[in-house]
Design a protein around this ligand. Structure first.
Ligand code: OKP
Ligand code: ZN
Length: 353
């Protein structure tokens, strides 16, 4: 198995996120990825690569998923933040004003010139700091996703995009939940564009993959399935219910399996098996797994109770689908254990593949 790791990930290193009226230390830290890479090397699982993708191909793959105005916004965001006030160079950019969805309340068709306002047009939370290196890190992460999709397309059974910031909360023109570019969606679309007729995305992060759901909601060629904490109590709160089944031609091609906080492995596994059956029934030609490791019992911001050994089983169950598979690294904030848990899953997959 090939792992494509993001050599620029540490350029994205937020200081604070807004949480219930306070700025708290960021959970999504560079050490997460370093632990995974170290564990892959320690257990000699597969080979480690930097993505070798040319700029034009990468821009094209990003543009298949994200709106050009949003991409331009991200590319220039830091410079504009600093231009607003030179002392901003010392501070991460976080939004603090948003246009509500009601079309008679606020207009979303007039991106304000004021950059602090424009931040709120594209962000859906105040927990996703943007800094000088964010664009470079996120763009290089998209390159990892594209390289992993190409490796699978070239005949590898599986490939792993080991990158941060994560991606599954990012939509066509929005960021939030620590995510800017949707790496899993970029991989899924790249597989479609390479000729795979039906691609399934099976999101196992603790949090609903709202960005991916939004991106493919009206499409029948990409099945999106997500297993996650019930949005009634869990982030991202405003999407992820079981009655969201897709729309238009995509009707029936989105499956949400929300589970209550406190869910342990037996019930989680039963839901995973249901998700796997949906992927098999769809007759997918390829699989993308947004691989969040925040279902772990020790995760500081999540509420499921999976144990380290369970991830080996998860990997085996995913492998039994028999599909070419791209994994993208998403959440997982129990930093000391995230390497072991991630590699357990990948090793379980590999042993059964
Ligand atoms: C990103 B990914 C915790 C508040 C939660 C956002 C969580 C984003 C999760 N103090 N804030 O899906 O792992
Ligand atoms: Zn998560």
């Amino acid at each position: 198995m090939k792992t494509f790791h993001n050599p620029h990930h540490a350029l994205h290193q937020g200081r604070h996120e807004m949480f219930r009226g306070r700025l708290v230390a960021c959970h999504e830290v560079p050490a997460r990825l370093d632990h995974v890479r170290a564990e892959l090397q320690r257990r000699a699982l597969g080979s480690l690569h930097e993505p070798a993708i040319d700029d034009a191909a990468l821009d094209a793959a990003i543009a298949r998923v994200h709106d050009p105005r949003y991409v331009a916004f991200l590319a220039h965001a830091w410079d504009e933040w600093v231009a607003l006030d030179p002392s901003n160079a010392q501070r991460d950019a976080l939004p603090s004003v948003w246009p509500l969805g009601n079309p008679h309340a606020f207009r979303r068709d007039r991106p304000p010139a004021n950059f602090a306002a424009r931040l709120g047009l594209y962000a859906f939370d105040a927990g996703t700091p943007l800094m000088a290196g964010t664009w470079t890190a996120a763009r290089s992460g998209a390159a990892c996703a594209l390289a992993a999709a190409r490796a699978v397309q070239d005949g590898q059974r599986a490939a792993f995009a080991l990158t941060r910031p994560p991606g599954h909360h990012a939509g066509p023109d929005f960021f939030g939940g620590y995510c800017f570019l949707n790496n899993a969606a970029i991989a899924a679309q790249a597989l479609r564009d390479a000729g795979r007729a039906r691609v399934a995305v099976l999101d196992i992060d603790y949090h609903h993959g709202n960005g991916t759901q939004t991106l493919f909601y009206e499409r029948a060629d990409v099945l999106t399935v997500s297993l996650h904490g019930d949005p009634q109590t869990e982030y991202p709160f405003f999407l992820g219910y079981a009655d969201e089944r897709g729309a238009g031609p995509g009707e029936g091609f989105n499956l949400n399996l929300p589970l209550p906080r406190g869910t342990g492995f037996p019930a989680w596994r039963a839901a995973l098996e249901r998700a796997i059956r949906a992927v098999a029934d769809f007759r997918a030609d390829a699989l993308v797994v947004p691989m969040g490791m925040d279902t772990f019992e020790g995760d500081p911001i999540s509420g499921f109770l999976l144990r380290s050994a369970d991830y080996t089983t998860v990997g085996r169950l995913l492998a039994e689908l028999g599909l070419p598979t791209v994994f993208t690294f998403e959440g997982g904030y129990a930093v000391a254990e995230v390497g072991i848990n991630t590699v357990n899953l990948l090793e379980g997959f590999w042993q059964a593949a």
